[in-house]
Each structure stands twice: as structure tokens, then as C-alpha cells.
Ligand binder design. Structure first.
Ligand code: ATP
Length: 239
């Protein structure tokens, strides 16, 4: 399994956000996480990506238990998150943002030309066209989000959590993001796709896990699900 979540618990003060959630995700799978507001989707995504620490339970990546204390540690384990709160540096260029952190890792100084070449290779790989020299802070949210995805790929993340990635996008932009997500999975990357847009989840994901009130409800293959079947599980009430 690329990802195993085992009996994970999380409380925020009096709020019991995750109540013993367990699931497994296969390599190259796009796994949707669905649930009503407050079901615990984002909390689970954040725990997988090292943004939030669980109170109990275990996360395993490629069969090995990992205990993450930061997103930097997560990245070292090949895990990245593309969240609504973007982690980009607004005053740097697109290419600089994407390639941030590459130099020390490779132990060589990367010059501008090399940076640009690698950036263009990555863009082609994922299917995005962004101006490498634009200052990221001046771009639309959708373009900033693309830069975040490219950065995850630049760091060779094998497991990418996407938390409501299309929330700020137009329908055209959302389609591009969905296509990119599929490409990433076709390369063997594992994607956890958090969204409350059921049509989108059904269109992009292989399997969908439903959470309700902090609990795991069930996982179904996208081919066997409909928006109605998901809503029934999300709410606990038949339509
Ligand atoms: P949404 O779609 O509304 O984001 P969600 O399914 O992603 O919902 P979470 O964001 O994980 O749910 O929230 C689960 C519960 O934990 C909610 O009751 C939420 O209010 C609470 N919660 C989330 N983050 C925090 C926090 N930092 N501090 C306190 N409570 C939090």
C-alpha cells in the first residue's frame, strides 16, 4: 500500500475531529475524500501531509510507519500537500518557487538557465503552461496553485494531498487541474483528493472514501457510485 491510515484520532479542544479513521490507498490511485462540512476531510489530509499531528493512530507510507512533525519532514518522505492556503513565496518568480529547495538537495548551485530548462520540462510533464519569469504574487490563484503542483512534482512527491484544489478555479481551470491530477497518477503518484464537489470527485477519482462526523463510513469504486449514493453515506440518511 502507498498509504495506510490506521485508527487515527484528532481532537481540537472539545471537538473530536477524527474518530479512529482507517483506510488504505494503493500506489497510483486517486482516492477521493468526501463528507459534509466538518466531517474531518481536511484534518485527515493535513495529518497525512504533516501539517497537523494526530493524537493517536498511525500513518504508514509504503508499508513503513512515519511520524511527521512538519511539511518539510513530509516532503522528505515524498509527501506534499496542495492546500487552499498556498505555501508559495509571492515575491519570487514562478520558476524560483517551483524549484525552491532543489539546490541544497542536489548539492549543486543551479543557475538561471538550468532552472528555466528544468521548469519547462516539469511544465510539459504535468501539462501546465506558466510564465517562469512572472512574479508569483501577481498571478491568479489558479496559476499559483499550478505552481504548487509543479513544486510537488519538482521535489518528486510520490503522495500528493489535494485539499479542495478547485475551490478557487473556473470550470476550465478545474478541468486542467483534473487532467494534471490524472497525469500525476499515471506516473505512479498517489493522490488524496479532498473535495465536496461530488461530480468532480466521481470524474477524477478511482475510489472514494466517505467520512461522516469524524468517522470512516465506507469506500466505493467511483464507477459504482452516484452523487446520490455518496450523499446518502455523507448524511447517513436515504434520499
Ligand atoms: P470543510 O469542508 O468544512 O473544510 P472538513 O470535512 O474538511 O470540512 P475539517 O476542516 O477537518 O472538516 O474539520 C473537522 C472539525 O474540526 C470541524 O468541526 C472543524 O470545525 C474542526 N476544526 C478543524 N480545524 C480546526 C482547528 N484548527 N481548530 C479547531 N477546530 C478545528
Amino acid at each position: 500500500m502507498a498509504l495506510t491510515v490506521n485508527e487515527v484520532e484528532k481532537r481540537y479542544g472539545a471537538i473530536h475531529a477524527l474518530k479512529g479513521v482507517s483506510l488504505t490507498v494503493e500506489p497510483g490511485e486517486i482516492r477521493g475524500l468526501c463528507g459534509e462540512n466538518g466531517a474531518g476531510k481536511s484534518t485527515l489530509g493535513k495529518i497525512i501531509a504533516g501539517v497537523v499531528a494526530p493524537d493517536a493512530g498511525e500513518i504508514m507510507v509504503d508499508g513503513k510507519p512515519i511520524r511527521l512533525r512538519s511539511t518539510a519532514e513530509a516532503l522528505a518522505h515524498g509527501i506534499s500537500i496542495v492546500a487552499q492556503e498556498l505555501a508559495v513565496v509571492p515575491y519570487l518568480t514562478v520558476a524560483e518557487n517551483v524549484m525552491l529547495g532543489q539546490e541544497p538537495r542536489r548539492g549543486i548551485a543551479v543557475n538561471r538557465k538550468q532552472l528555466r530548462k528544468r521548469f519547462l520540462e516539469l511544465s510539459e510533464q504535468v501539462g501546465f503552461s506558466l510564465d517562469p519569469n512572472a512574479r508569483l504574487g501577481a498571478l491568479r490563484k489558479s496559476e499559483q496553485q499550478k505552481a504548487e503542483i509543479l513544486r510537488a512534482v519538482a521535489r518528486d512527491a510520490r503522495l500528493i494531498v489535494m485539499d479542495e484544489p478547485t475551490a478557487a478555479l473556473s470550470s476550465d481551470e478545474a478541468r486542467q487541474l483534473v487532467a494534471a491530477t490524472r497525469r500525476l497518477a499515471a506516473e505512479g503518484r498517489t493522490i488524496v483528493f479532498v473535495s465536496h464537489h461530488l461530480d468532480e470527485v466521481l470524474a477524477v477519482c478511482d475510489n472514494i472514501t466517505v467520512l461522516r462526523d469524524g468517522r470512516y463510513v465506507r469506500t466505493g469504486s467511483a464507477g459504482n457510485e452516484t452523487p446520490d449514493s455518496l450523499v446518502t453515506s455523507m448524511t447517513g440518511q436515504s434520499l
